[in-house]
Design a protein around this ligand. Structure first.
Ligand code: BES
Ligand code: MN
Ligand code: ZN
Length: 483
């Protein structure tokens, strides 16, 4: 939880003071309690605290911990570095037992304060639902943060957006057998309950069979769980205003199917619904911020299970669009469910633009690593606006190309298109995108491949700990708010 108040009071169990190098040089500090002035002077005179970025120096003020937090030279400090440093301070052993923390920033600019809010709410998130609490280690126990800044609408919005991000992370981190398609439906129904101007369409197996969503059904064929296409129509904008559709891949588990994933690749595949989870987090934000746009939020839910009934490599399957697809590999399942969902939503909801979000290809991890989401778009304006939103939010994107000649990479000898690219192993992210593009019917479209960014396996990355990051929620929320 976070609260805003100004000026600083030094009345909590701990106060964190962010200090840059110029402040040390000029001895130009914010209000420091009288009792501490002397010790701070000694520490500085002795050169023990130079405000190097990340440097922590604890002082004791009666019963209170006052933690000096260096942020280096102000001109060198990115908001990313600031989030990282403040996260480090909040998770440091000095605050292990502390529940209420005051934070004083070195520079009370909006950018700095927003980054501090994110460091507090996103940076200290930890997935500990299944860990027996350790009384001796309360490092990541929820703290109440008091930021020394006057309340502002923008700050409250940033805090709300962090909650959307963390909802997405909770959905991704929990077990695949807990967060099923039914769980998603319940979560979405809970979110929109009592809201005006929202309607919900849920297609389950029976409806899908009736409508001919053959690709989606094939992917789920080996699973005991129900496939679902959940579509939320959010009417925040004008009555005759156009719609933006967000369509998220929701593979609650991806075993690879009969093309079973090997050990080393399968263990984190509960993350394969990260696109759909990002759609849920973004919907939560749209509601919290009362975004005045018309938006379709769609979660495309299935489980790619291995079973006697599983769909098979070599099958040819007809999708909702009428096109037939040769299954080159049952592990290329994400593009199949997305193709059906895009065809269905474009035909029945006629959005002006479509953005799909998916943990789609391992190739994207190879190409871009873990810090940049891959962006492929048929529409330059849409790509530009998304990139701009990415820049502002530090929810990073990098655009990859798509071009007419890529058509040849997904040709099939026995069907209209194939779900694996050719040549094998070449440009896997863009050939997957080309597959999707062929189901967009010319609607302006952008594709976010979050395979590398959605989940941290093991070591901390940027200001995220182990597990889900909530990739693309901040950028999508910003995009919807500002375009
Ligand atoms: N869900 C995976 C992609 C993925 C990989 C997500 C790593 C997160 C981390 C996707 O369904 C998949 O298996 N893609 C295959 C496609 C291939 C068979 C053409 C891949 O990337 O290997
Ligand atoms: Mn797969
Ligand atoms: Zn997958």
């Amino acid at each position: 939880m976070i609260s805003f108040r100004h000026p600083a009071k030094f009345d909590k169990e701990a106060t964190l003071i962010l200090i840059d190098k110029d402040q040390v040089k000029n001895r130009n500090f914010p209000v420091i309690p009288k009792a501490l002035k002397e010790s701070v002077r000694h520490v500085l005179d002795a050169g023990q605290f130079a405000a190097d970025n990340g440097q922590l120096f604890p002082l004791i003020n009666g019963k209170q911990v006052v933690l000096l937090v260096g942020v280096g030279k102000k001109s060198d400090l990115s908001t990313t570095a600031l989030r990282l440093t403040l996260r480090g301070a909040l998770l440091s052993s000095y605050l292990k037992k502390v529940k209420d923390v005051e934070i004083i920033v070195h520079d009370p600019k909006d950018d700095v304060i927003k980054a501090a809010i994110e460091a507090a709410l996103i940076g200290t998130y930890a997935w500990e639902k299944y860990k027996t609490p350790d009384k001796n280690d309360t490092t990541t126990a929820k703290k109440h943060i008091f930021l020394a800044a006057a309340p502002k609408r923008e700050y409250a919005e940033t805090a709300a957006i962090c909650e959307g991000v963390n909802l997405t992370r909770d959905l991704i981190n929990d077990n695949a057998d807990t967060v099923t398609s039914t769980y998603f439906e319940k979560t979405l129904r809970g979110l929109v309950k009592g809201e005006k101007n929202i309607s919900l369409e849920v297609l389950d197996k029976k409806e899908m069979e009736k409508c001919g969503l053959g690709l989606h059904l094939a992917v789920n064929q080996g699973s005991k769980k129900e496939p679902k296409l959940i579509i939320v129509r959010y009417k925040g904008g004008s009555k005759d205003g156009d719609y933006t559709a967000l369509i998220g891949k929701g593979m609650t588990y991806d075993t690879g199917g009969l093309n079973l994933k090997p050990t080393g690749h399968i263990e984190t595949m509960r993350q394969d619904m990260s696109g759909a989870a990002a759609v849920v987090g973004t919907l939560k934000n749209a509601l919290a911020l009362n975004i005045k746009k018309n938006i379709i939020f769609a979660c495309v839910m299935a489980e790619n299970a291995i079973d006697a009934l599983s769909y098979k490599p070599g099958d040819v399957i007809r999708g909702y669009s009428g096109k037939t697809v040769e299954i080159g590999n049952t592990d290329a399942e994400g593009r199949l469910v997305l193709a059906d969902a895009m065809s269905y939503i474009i035909k029945n909801y006629k959005p002006a633009r479509v953005i799909d979000i998916a943990t789609l290809t391992g190739a994207c991890v190879v190409a871009l690593g873990h810090d940049y989401t891959g962006l492929v778009a048929s529409d330059d304006k849409l790509a530009q606006k998304l990139s701009q939103a990415a820049e502002v939010t530090d929810d990073r994107l990098w655009r990859l190309p798509i071009y007419p000649e890529l058509k040849d990479s997904v040709k099939s000898r026995i069907a209209d298109i194939r779900n694996t690219g050719f040549p094998k192993g070449a440009g896997g992210t863009i050939t997957a995108a080309e597959f999707l593009r062929q189901f967009t019917e010319g609607t302006p479209w952008a594709h976010l491949d979050i395979a590398g960014t959605a989940f941290v396996d093991g070591k901390q990355r940027m200001y995220f700990g182990h597990g889900a990051t909530g990739a693309s929620v901040r950028l999508l929320t910003h995009y919807l708010m500002n375009n």
